[in-house]
Design a binder for this molecule. Sequence first.
Ligand SMILES: *[C@@H]1O[C@H](CO)[C@@H](O)[C@H](O)[C@H]1NC(C)=O
Length: 285
Amino acid sequence: MGSKETPCRARTTLCFLLLFCVSCKCSASEFEITQVASLGVDASPRLSRKIPDTLFGIFFEEINHAGAGGIWAELVSNRGFEAGGPHTPSNIEPWSIIGDDSSVFVGTDRTSCFRRNKVALRMEVLCDNCPVGGVGIYNPGFWGMNIEDGKTYNLVMHAKSPETIEMTVSLTSSDGLQVLASAAIRVPGGSNWIKLDQKLVAQGTNRTSRLQITAKTKGVVWLDQVSLMPSDTYKGHGFRTELISMLLDLKPRFLRFPGLLKLFLIEKIEFVMFAHILFRHIWDY
Ligand SMILES: *[C@@H]1O[C@H](CO)[C@@H](O)[C@H](O)[C@H]1NC(C)=O
């Protein structure tokens, strides 16, 4: 019996509620005109409660280049040529070519020495009488590299070439005309990948610089994981000192990542963020 009555009673209640709401709506506009509301807050110490220190933290999400191009000090954008994903031809942007079709040919293949990031860049120098500045590739970083006078930058890249090839690595202005640092680098001929390190000390400042890798003689070279890091990163761990200092000045007690829904102790900030950034580029950059 009771179960039969319920729908009727529910309908009646609904009608009553609707009527009530309509009348409320009418009188609400009257209140707006005629009434002034006052809200009293009793902030006396008697009623206060201590807010726990552990309630304040920061939230980190790798969107809008918060990590790559932000907190991470890496200056090269798309250093593994993997922005297009694991397949070839891959997206090599923002890498661009120095030279024309008759002097240099650039493509991607899956021959990298890195098992998990197989895409590598293959660069073939076609010219015998190459232009004075050489031909090759350049990377403008994330909206231009901020290269500063007197600072040291560590270039690390992996390369492979069947024949020994002499290359030049340089930091230049975005038009390539102003050379801020330059060094000769030799890739010894062979069938194995090798890791090359080169320090570059800037002889000038330009906030929109680029990294150039060029050659002047015929040959073919594979490149991968091309990295350029300023030497003064936070505790040498690869984060931008000024940005990490700002975060630490907030004195956060935890660091939260989206999705993972985990809280990490702030003491572990460097390790956790590093691991997070090195994770596959889910935003394709
Ligand atoms: C940086 O390079 C650009 C050309 O790419 C040039 O117009 C600008 O004057 C340079 N800035 C400095 C500080 O030399």
